[in-house]
Design a binder for this molecule. Structure first.
Ligand code: 5GP
Length: 335
């Protein structure tokens, strides 16, 4: 099964750039920047099974140190694309929060990532990469405003690259209602919305988010069955990230993962990594866990991949090509 899943031309729809660097990539990055990769630093970049969401958010700070210069950010972007390509991911929508520091502005940040993606695709032509700038809800609202206006502006120059806006960051911080008007502006300007929703228990906020609407729902761990049904009626997929949810403690075990309830309800879903680097996983591994835990067959894995193709923000033509790759792969194994 593992070999089958590795070869499957997979589709990744929920991946945070700074969380998506595997250990070899973190080592390569540290060596490029500092001449060596201290093991202590590498250890700090990984989230053990701490079952503490706040602690997970602290971990990102160590990775962020490695991407705090233009060179670090550029190389990290290339490495993230490399890691997905090596896992035979044929399409990835990378999300990332534009940051500002002494080395770059938020505009620079996005421009560096865009250029790095364009360059990386020359090295890894079999993977299609899109970008979703993220709003960090733990940051002030005016930062979100800047992110949205940059995303809207850059989407005009790179319409096939910047496709939407993500709302993420520590769900215990910030209020959705404060960000809703800004995100709404992004939607009016034609950007898709992916929203981390029901990641922790907060029924009133979930209600607000569902009323507001979104193109895809991030995590959804605390959705009630009624809310899952509502998403099904609206054809909004839930981005399920098994290892991330278990390691960060928002789901108690793989067996208890809400993917099971979602599948039983036959509601739209996609399997994603979230942060393949810091959670030490791959998309292949996430599918493998789903097969081992819920008994998915190979055909179900193919169908889940086709579902991800369908819910991606790629063009019709791109989606057609991706679906063909998946079907051809499945057919080649039956011969
Ligand atoms: P970056 O935006 O720096 O490329 O990726 C890391 C950031 O993505 C984190 O600092 C955090 O704001 C966001 N992020 C990564 N994983 C998660 C997650 O599981 N839940 C939420 N809500 N935000 C996340």
């Amino acid at each position: 099964m593992k070999q089958f899943l590795k070869g499957l031309p997979k589709v990744e729809l929920h991946a945070h750039l700074n969380g998506s660097l595997g250990v070899d990539s973190l080592r390569d990055l540290a060596e490029r920047l500092y001449g060596s990769a201290p093991e202590k630093l590498l250890e700090l970049c990984f989230i053990r099974c701490e079952k503490d969401l706040d602690a997970c958010f602290e971990t990102f700070k160590f990775v962020h140190e490695l991407t705090a210069t233009a060179e670090g950010l550029r190389y990290a972007t290339e490495l993230a694309v490399r890691d997905f390509a090596q896992d035979n991911v044929q399409y990835v929508e990378l999300r990332t929060t534009p940051k500002a520091n002494a080395h770059y502005s938020r505009r620079d940040y996005l421009e560096i990532v865009i250029e790095a993606i364009i360059e990386a695709r020359k090295k890894y032509p079999d993977i299609l990469v899109k970008l979703l700038p993220s709003i960090n809800r733990a940051e002030p609202v005016d930062v979100a405003e800047e992110t949205v206006s940059l995303a809207v502006e850059l989407a005009q120059s790179y319409p096939h690259l910047i496709l939407g806006i993500d709302l993420s960051g520590n769900p215990a911080k910030g209020r959705f209602s404060d960000f809703a008007p800004i995100i709404s502006k992004a939607r009016e300007m034609g950007l898709k919305l992916v929203i981390h929703c029901a990641e922790i228990k907060n029924p009133s906020e979930v209600q607000e988010m569902l009323e507001f609407g979104m193109s895809r729902c991030g995590h959804g761990s605390f959705l009630t069955q009624k809310e899952i049904e509502l998403l099904k009626q609206r054809n909004i997929p839930i981005e399920c990230c098994l290892t991330s949810n278990v390691k960060s403690g928002t789901v108690s075990s793989l067996e208890e993962h809400h993917l099971k309830r979602i599948m039983e309800a036959n509601a739209p879903k996609v399997i994603c990594t979230d942060d393949s680097g810091v959670f030490d996983t791959t998309l292949t591994q996430e599918f493998l866990l789903a097969t081992e835990t819920f008994g998915l067959t190979r055909r179900q894995c193919v169908d889940l991949t086709l579902e991800a193709v369908h819910h991606s923000f790629a063009t019709d033509q791109e989606r057609k090509k991706m679906a063909e790759r998946v079907e051809n792969y499945a057919a080649s194994l039956q011969k």
